[in-house]
Design a protein around this ligand. Structure first.
Ligand SMILES: C[S@@+](CC[C@H](N)C(=O)[O-])C[C@H]1O[C@@H](n2cnc3c(N)ncnc32)[C@H](O)[C@@H]1O
Length: 376
């Protein structure tokens, strides 16, 4: 694994904690590289022929594949180990963060740097967000256990690194790099005075943006207070310049036409269909004329064969990503139109999951993220 950046706010594992965390990471790499690929011969050599024998045809969609694949012993073996590895991430990281929490709280207070933090305890965490612990992270993004808590952010920083097997880069900023590079290719001359990032969590992506677009005033919102506290401290630690605030992206307190760009990095799939409409409506309201909305998210079903479609949905059924299922088939062009965007100025781009400006840890450069782009 490429080592993660050890910034001041990073909960540095001691010898035994690092050994546990490395094991979980390597276990996940092993599952991805050596065990998961076996699902394909299991399907083509066993599951598919028996489906054809019984039905006289191939499965017509991912739902039919699910019915038969989830009964296959090889798939069950991989799936059970994958689920266990996900639980092990948090077990291996939480102990380490808990041990260092008093120290992290002190560091957060003492750090000098740019940007700001505005919390609002009256923000109601939406049901789609707190009904289940997304990715199985205990307490998810929003749970405060002590005054000024930031543990959820510190756990997310290390846990997401292991979750992605380092795939987001040493600073967990890969999604920000991908989207910013895309933006600069598509809109090379666009002047950005003010930018908003929605669903920023610990600001991995937006903090990166702020170190590159240094003439821009960056704002970042999330509903989770502990992640915002950690994100603010972390941004100061790495030289970022972001104004974090606790707000629901469905309805913010920014005035109309406040921003030149509004972004999100894998926010939409963790919200509901209704919320996505509200978020697009809010983007439209917040953008200046000519402003650009860009949402990078996980793939939809379109273009996926039934087996791929099924495999992509493992997280929905096994990793508390319940709302991703709704995004999979949602007509985002229609959502953008309803929000007020001109359909001629809405486009879905498939953007490579690699970046030029730095290391690209992903080995599969063919993998693409959809980016939903609309110009007001
Ligand atoms: C997968 S994380 C996003 C990762 C982050 N954008 C990054 O680049 O590292 C999704 C985030 O969206 C936030 N979120 C979910 N619904 C929200 C809403 N309605 N308003 C603001 N934030 C929301 C969650 O709290 C969580 O932090």
């Amino acid at each position: 694994m490429i080592p993660q950046n050890m910034h001041t706010m990073f909960a540095k594992p001691n010898h035994d904690e690092a050994s546990r965390q490395d094991f979980v990471n390597d276990f996940r790499v092993h599952l991805a590289a050596k065990v998961f690929p076996g699902a394909f011969p299991a399907y083509f050599n066993r599951v598919l022929p028996s489906f054809i024998k019984a039905q006289g045809r191939e499965p017509k969609d991912r739902h039919e594949v699910r019915k038969v694949m989830t009964k296959d012993s090889y798939y069950q073996l991989w799936s059970a180990m994958q689920r266990n590895s996900q639980e092990m991430i948090w077990d291996s990281v939480i102990d380490s963060v808990e041990r260092q929490l008093p120290d992290l709280l002190e560091k957060a207070k003492d750090l000098n740097g740019k940007g700001s933090l505005t919390l609002n305890p009256n923000v109601i965490v939406p049901k789609y967000h707190d009904a289940a612990d997304i990715h199985l992270q205990p307490g998810a993004y929003h749970t405060d256990s002590i005054t000024d808590d930031l543990a959820a952010g510190a756990v997310y920083d290390r846990g997401t690194y292991i979750y992605s097997m380092g795939g987001l880069g040493p600073a967990n900023d890969g999604l920000g790099r991908i989207l910013r590079e895309f933006f600069r290719k598509q809109f090379p001359d666009k002047k950005v005075e003010r930018a908003l990032d929605m669903g920023c969590t610990i600001g991995g992506s937006v903090t990166y943006w702020s170190t590159k677009e240094t003439g821009t005033e960056f704002h970042a919102i999330d509903v989770g207070a502990p992640c915002l506290r950690y994100g603010h401290a972390r941004a100061k630690a790495v030289g970022g310049n972001v104004n974090f605030s606790q707000q629901n992206a469905e309805k913010t307190n920014f005035p109309d036409a406040s921003f030149d760009i509004v972004t999100s990095h894998i926010l939409l799939h963790e919200t509901s269909v209704q919320a996505i409409q509200s978020i697009f409506n809010e983007c439209y309201r917040l953008l200046k004329p000519g402003g650009v909305m860009m949402h990078l998210d996980l793939p939809q079903v379109f273009g996926q064969n039934p087996l791929e479609g099924f495999l992509w949905e493992w997280e929905i059924y096994n990793n508390n990503e319940h709302f991703y299922g709704q995004l999979r088939e949602l007509d985002l062009a229609e959502v953008a139109k309803k929000a007020g965007f001109d359909p001629a100025k809405f486009k879905i781009h498939q953007v490579a999951s690699s970046w030029e400006d730095g290391q690209t840890p992903y080995s599969n450069e063919n993998f693409t993220f959809p980016v939903y782009v609309a110009v007001k």
